[in-house]
Write a protein that binds this ligand. Structure first.
Ligand code: ADP
Ligand code: MG
Length: 309
C-alpha cells in the first residue's frame, strides 16, 4: 500500500501546486492592463469562456505587441518571429491570431526594394549614388534638371522617353544613372542597369545555356532600362541589329523609357554603330539611331573628370 499512498500524496501536492500556479497565473493575466482593456471592451464574455481561454490570454500577455519590446526584426522575441498577437472575439469566443509586425513589414519592403535594382556589373559607389549628392555646378545643372524632370513626371506614370547622357570620361554619367535608379526605387520602380560591354558578353555567353531569349525578353520588358557606356562595346552587326535593335524596337512600341550614357553624342554614335567588322552600314546604324532617339532625349554632361578629384 505504501507506494500507492506516497504516489497519491505526491499527486495531491503537485495538484495543489498546480492549483496555486493556475490561480496566480490567472490573476496575473487578468491584471494585465491590455487584457483588462480587452475584457472591458467585451462585457459579453462569460467567466467560463475567459477561464477556458486563459492560455490564449497568457500567450497574448507574454508576446511583444507591435515591436514594443524589440528594437528590430532581427531581435524579435516573439514565438513567431516578426508577428504580433491580436485578440478578437467571434461568436462569444476569444481568438488569438497573429499579424506581421512593423519591423517585419519594413524589413520585407527593404528586401523587395533591394531586388528592384538589378544592376549588373556596377561598382558599389554607383549603387549608393543619390541625386542629392550630385554637385549642381553649372556644367551639370541641365543634366540634373532633366533628371529631376523625369522623376517629377513619374507620379503620372512612367514617361515614355528616358535620357541619353553624353560627355567626356569621368564627368559622372554612370553616377547619374545610379542616383536615378535609387530615386526610382523609392517609388517602387525597378531599373535594370547594365554596362554595355558586359551586356554584349552576357548575351553571347547565353548561347551556351539557351537562355538568350529569356534574357532578351527581360531587357525588353524591364520597367526602366539603363545602358551604360553605349559605344564602348565591340559591336558585331548581329548584336546591333538582332539584339539591341529588337530590344529598342520593342521598348519604342511599348513606350518604355531607356537611359543611356556614352562618350559619344548621338551623331558620333551613329558613325560608330555603322562600322562593324562586316563593313560600313549606314542605313542599319541610322535605323538603330532612330529607335534610340524615340526612347531617349539627348542631354550633355560637361565638367571635369571626377576621377581626378
Ligand atoms: P562617367 O560614367 O562619366 O565616366 P562616373 O559616373 O563613373 O563617370 O564617375 C566617375 C567617378 O566619380 C566615379 O568614381 C563616381 O563614383 C564619382 N562621382 C561622379 N559623380 C559624383 C558625385 N556627384 N559625387 C560623388 N562622386 C561622384
Ligand atoms: Mg561611366
Amino acid at each position: 500500500m505504501k507506494p500507492v499512498q506516497s504516489e497519491l500524496k505526491r499527486w495531491m501536492e503537485q495538484n495543489e501546486n498546480f492549483q496555486e500556479n493556475y490561480n496566480r497565473t490567472r490573476q496575473e493575466v487578468l491584471a494585465d492592463p491590455e487584457i483588462k482593456e480587452f475584457l472591458a471592451a467585451h462585457p459579453e464574455l462569460k467567466k467560463n469562456e475567459i477561464n477556458k481561454s486563459l492560455i490564449k490570454l497568457y500567450e497574448y500577455k507574454t508576446q511583444s505587441k507591435q515591436c514594443d519590446r524589440c528594437k528590430s526584426f532581427g531581435s524579435c522575441q516573439n514565438m513567431l518571429q516578426g508577428y504580433s498577437p491580436i485578440l478578437h472575439v467571434e461568436d462569444n469566443e476569444i481568438h488569438l491570431s497573429y499579424e506581421k509586425c512593423h519591423s517585419r513589414v519594413d524589413y520585407e519592403r527593404q528586401q523587395k526594394q533591394h531586388k528592384l535594382i538589378k544592376s549588373l556589373f556596377m561598382p558599389k559607389e554607383i549603387m549608393q549614388a543619390t541625386i542629392a549628392d550630385i554637385d549642381s555646378d553649372p556644367e551639370r545643372s541641365e543634366a540634373v534638371r532633366q533628371l529631376l524632370h523625369f522623376v517629377g513626371q513619374v507620379k503620372e506614370g512612367l514617361p515614355k522617353k528616358g535620357i541619353y547622357f553624353y560627355g567626356p570620361f569621368g564627368v559622372g554619367k554612370t553616377y547619374f544613372l545610379g542616383a536615378l535608379a535609387n530615386q526610382l526605387k523609392e517609388k517602387n520602380i525597378s531599373s535594370t542597369l547594365i554596362y554595355m560591354p558586359e551586356f554584349v558578353r552576357e548575351i553571347k555567353a547565353s548561347f551556351k545555356d539557351d537562355s538568350i531569349n529569356d534574357k532578351i525578353d527581360y531587357f525588353k520588358k524591364a520597367d526602366v532600362l539603363m545602358l551604360d557606356d553605349i559605344g564602348a562595346e565591340l559591336h558585331s552587326a548581329w548584336f546591333r541589329d538582332e539584339i539591341l535593335g529588337s530590344i529598342l524596337q520593342y521598348r519604342m512600341m511599348e513606350g518604355l523609357p531607356v537611359f543611356f550614357t556614352s562618350n559619344y553624342s548621338m551623331d558620333q554614335l551613329e558613325g560608330h554603330l555603322a562600322t562593324t567588322r562586316g563593313g560600313v552600314e549606314e542605313v542599319k546604324a541610322g535605323r538603330i539611331m532612330e529607335r534610340i532617339k524615340q526612347v531617349s532625349k539627348e542631354v550633355r554632361i560637361a565638367g571635369g573628370n571626377r576621377r581626378d578629384i
